[in-house]
Design a protein around this ligand. Structure first.
Ligand code: SF4
Length: 467
């Protein structure tokens, strides 16, 4: 029974980087694929390393629905590049979802670096022409790699740097250029605590998971041949680093794989209710009176595998139905890609309707509310149906708030006082649980947030900006 539950949770796992055409799989490839399927893997990206291998990947993808191919020349094989071979790669790309594996390798220089660079640039050129994403290999060359991508003359090109092992700073440069980073079995290695730290700081809308089979087998299978069936171990470690559920990682990798490679079942647009960890969040509006520099909306329409841009604001009945169709959450939280109190009547109506069957209801708000709303009356009404109100501080001083949260108001430096007033109004309601939060974004004075919260005797949650 428990095994069945685990398999159900883990279904729709995707291995975004494997070498299924490697000769180590020649004798039992069908069994390897069957084992992967039985473990809940629904898609594998099999990555070509040279022309013959790319051809085999494309053939495999044509004969096995769960397989998808790439075509390219690995930096170790860059000496084989020629106009004729470039034409063959272009031809393969009609039946492949990405170009690569290409890139730079400063560890195993089986091919001179200037040749690797030349061939990498040629792959970028083909990516620019075809619109296909790049699958990039990089060993000890992240700064050079980022420089080449930045100067490629193809700002719309994208792709993934697979099996990333660099620093946070190196990751940020690659992320700024619009690329994804992929992580594999090394996350599970005992001596890779630095990599786990880096992984924990990555924006979740830009990470992918892989096995790199037959290499880099995750613990506890290290020493054996790696196979896509072991991807679950990578998911488990990634979930534990991010303190999320396995389901959260499955959804995250599924959505990101689809966004980059168009493989897998894709994602639902404009989620209203979205579950992460033990909380069910409600995304009821995309409107807000602030334009915070740290807002996740500035970075991506996706969060933890959910697409949160609404075509239109949902009716209360749709929101209630989103709560009813999700089970097991510890709490329901009004918090989405906008300020819930842009729709105060909707928050109140939904909270009243879900109250009888919801353990705890929380409202996350900026506390910057339309002047047309009576703050005292609103707080009283909210306190009657909502258990916890959590107010985001931005940074607690008039000028800092105006600079970081950028309120849409002719006198933005006056808004912090309104927020402060709202917090005091909430505190004054007997028995209501009030919390504060801030984001560790550059310019947010965390110490000031701490002392402000302490002065009001309120708990403060500090949220990580990167993650
Ligand atoms: S208040 Fe919240 S939703 Fe509005 S801009 Fe700031 S972070 Fe984004």
């Amino acid at each position: 029974m428990l095994l069945l539950l685990y398999i159900r949770i883990c279904s729709f796992m995707i291995d975004t980087h494997a070498h299924l055409t490697d000769s180590v799989f020649s004798a039992d490839r069908d069994a390897v694929l069957a084992d992967a399927r039985d473990s809940g893997v629904t898609a594998v990206l099999t990555v070509g390393t040279n022309l013959e291998d790319s051809g085999r990947c494309v053939e495999l993808a044509q004969s096995v629905p769960m397989c998808h191919a790439t075509a390219g020349l690995h930096p170790h094989e860059a000496d084989l590049w020629s106009d004729r071979n470039a034409a063959r790669i272009r031809d393969f790309l009609n039946r492949a979802v990405a170009i690569g594996e290409t890139g730079l390798d400063m560890v195993y220089r089986t091919c001179p670096l200037d040749r690797q660079i030349q061939v990498f640039k040629a792959h970028i050129q083909i990516a620019a022409e075809t619109g296909k994403p790049l699958v990039i290999h990089c060993r000890d060359a992240y700064p050079q790699l980022a420089e080449i991508l930045a100067e490629s003359g193809c700002p719309e090109c994208t792709g993934v740097v697979h099996c990333f092992t660099g620093t946070v700073r190196e990751a940020e440069r690659i992320l700024q250029l619009g690329y994804f980073l992929s992580f594999g079995g090394m996350l599970t290695f005992k001596n890779m605590s630095n990599l786990r730290e880096v992984f924990g700081q990555m924006p979740v809308d830009r990470i992918l998971l892989e096995t790199d089979s037959p290499y880099l087998t995750p613990e506890p299978h290290r020493g054996k041949r790696n196979e896509p069936k072991y991807i679950g171990k990578v998911y488990e470690k990634a979930a534990s680093i991010l303190s999320v559920r396995m389901e959260d990682m499955v959804r995250l990798n599924r959505t990101n794989s689809y966004r980059l490679f168009k493989i897998g079942p894709g994602f639902e647009r404009g989620s209203i209710g979205y579950r992460i960890r033990d909380s069910l969040y409600l995304n009821i509006t995309n409107r807000c009176l602030n334009r915070c520099l740290f807002c996740v909306r500035n970075r991506s329409p996706f969060y933890f595998g959910y697409h949160l841009v609404l075509d239109r604001e949902p009716e209360p009945a749709q929101i209630v139905s989103a709560v009813a169709s999700s089970s097991g959450a510890e709490e329901v939280v009004f918090c989405g890609y906008g300020e819930p109190l842009m729709r105060p009547e909707t928050v109140l109506e939904v909270a009243r309707r879900i109250r009888p069957y919801t353990r705890r209801i929380r409202l996350n708000t900026s506390g910057f509310i339309s002047p047309a709303v009576n703050r005292k009356e609103l707080a009283d009404n909210l306190a009657s149906v909502i258990d916890i109100v959590e107010v985001s501080l931005g940074t607690p001083d008039p000028r800092g708030y105006a600079a970081i949260c950028r309120p849409l108001h002719p006198e933005p430096h006056r808004i912090w006082d309104q927020v402060h007033d709202f917090i005091r109004t909430c505190i004054a309601i007997s028995g209501w649980s009030v919390r504060l939060s801030c984001v560790d974004y550059p310019g947010v004075d965390i110490e000031k947030c701490r002392s402000f919260a302490a002065s009001l005797n309120l708990p403060l949650k500090i949220r990580g900006y990167r993650s």
